[in-house]
Design a protein around this ligand. Structure first.
Ligand code: AMP
Ligand code: MG
Length: 401
């Protein structure tokens, strides 16, 4: 292994990765194409939100002082709809205006009563109770013009995309999607849909990792699966390094004779570390292939997912100044005792359930690192510190799956 750091702590692994920068470029996209992307700049509002005082209710607008002695009867002098064209209406003493939700408050009025608490008789309205000043949504109460509501690095969730529109932006600068090659390795792998021969299994990692890449707002390029042949692997890595910003392989990073990703990186690549104190997922490597960063993830499906979540994602997010949505963690109470591996930060798949206001984490399913069903059926992963025996009732950090 020479000087290459070996079996490093997760934090140390991340620090080593961070020494290799990924160039994050900015591009402008329409709002329609911005879902799930990462905002590249601090985004100021072009307008006040709301842009004018408006009604929070369908009902009537009037002077509050005319309604204090309920029931009161007022004269209806007009109607203001949401677009509010009629700005020459003035509400005087003893008068009311029919108003729709979102319509501008007419001059003179200072309050609203919702339609359910009124009865109309000809051109008069009777109010069952005094009107409400707080049913007026004030100009700029949500956002002031030029206020920065979304900062660089924000993950563009549906409500945030909506907010971009509210602020008057039709297109926004986002981090250009990184092109990430995904290469599965192993002679035993068959594509789903094909017939399995003895000894073969369906290739699943590239699909799961591709989903994780997309989830981070990047583009996954699932390359042809590679058998355990060093020449094929070399060709595929060369091809990926010319097309992509980052290469992620799965399989072939353990100690075995056929673990060719490790072997080729040792002999022909630039290896920055191999193996991490993480369970499941201890065999990963990181380095450069033709100057393109490469993560070698373990072949076991649960392990590759864990390594992506704990190491690959934080590094990509660091490079793109991204924050969220990966911050979905909580503290939960264990319902059973759990033991971590000595030496390794240990992640256990758990079911999460809220019972009487408490978030409970229960390990129900067998934890083999090849058992992808156990991950798919769990809501979270409990993060256990190395070499600790946790008792039922202990509080642990969980990461949502
Ligand atoms: P390896 O690290 O190549 O020894 O693989 C470890 C285990 O993960 C073996 O049981 C492999 O069959 C399995 N495996 C490797 N790659 C994949 C993949 N792409 N999809 C599903 N299972 C895989
Ligand atoms: Mg293999």
């Amino acid at each position: 292994m020479g000087e290459t750091p070996y079996f490093v702590e997760l934090d140390e692994a991340l620090e080593i990765c961070k020494k290799t920068p990924l160039q994050a470029v900015t591009e402008r996209v329409s709002l329609d194409n911005s879902h799930g992307r990462i905002l590249a700049v601090d985004l100021p509002s072009k307008v006040n939100d709301p842009p004018f005082d408006n009604s929070a209710m369908d009902g009537f607008a009037m002077r509050h002082e005319d309604t204090v002695d309920a029931p009161s009867t007022l004269k209806i002098i007009g109607t203001i709809q949401a677009a509010g064209q009629e700005d020459n209406i003035f509400v005087g003493k003893g008068e009311a205006v029919r108003i729709m939700t979102g319509a501008p408050i007419p001059n003179g009025a200072d309050s609203i009563l919702q339609i359910e608490l009124t009865s109309v008789n000809g051109d008069e309205v009777t109010l069952q109770q005094p009107s409400m000043k707080h049913f007026i949504r004030k100009k700029g109460e949500n956002l002031q013009e030029s206020e920065i509501a979304l900062s660089a690095g924000t993950y563009l969730s549906p409500s945030r995309v909506g907010l971009c529109a509210t602020m008057g932006h039709s297109s926004i600068p986002v981090v250009k999607k990184l092109k990430i090659a995904i290469i599965s390795t192993g002679d035993e792998l068959k594509q789903p849909g094909e017939e399995l021969a003895r000894g073969e299994i369906y290739e699943s990692n590239s699909f799961g990792i591709s989903g994780l890449v997309n989830w981070l707002g990047h583009e996954s390029i699932r390359m042809q699966c590679v058998g355990d042949t060093i020449d094929d692997l070399r060709d595929t890595l060369n091809q990926a390094s010319t097309q992509c910003d980052l290469i992620i392989t799965s399989g072939g990073v353990s100690m075995g004779e056929w673990d060719l990703v490790r072997k080729i990186m040792e002999e022909e690549g630039d290896l920055h570390f191999w193996r991490v104190k993480l369970r499941p997922g201890s065999p990963p490597l990181f380095g450069l292939w033709n100057n393109t960063p490469i993560f070698g993830l373990p072949g076991n499906p649960v392990s590759s997912h864990v390594v992506f979540r704990m190491l690959v994602a934080p590094w990509i997010r660091h490079n793109t100044r991204a924050n969220g949505p990966i911050e979905n963690r909580a503290v939960a109470k264990l319902t059973t005792k759990l033991k971590s591996t000595a030496d390794c930060l240990t992640l256990r798949r758990v079911s999460l359930q809220t019972v009487e206001g408490e978030l409970l984490a229960e390990q129900k399913i067998h934890q083999g690192s090849g058992n992808l069903a156990s991950m798919a059926m769990s809501e979270g992963m409990a993060i256990l510190q190395p070499g600790v025996e946790y008792s039922a009732g202990d509080m642990v950090e969980v990461m949502f799956l």
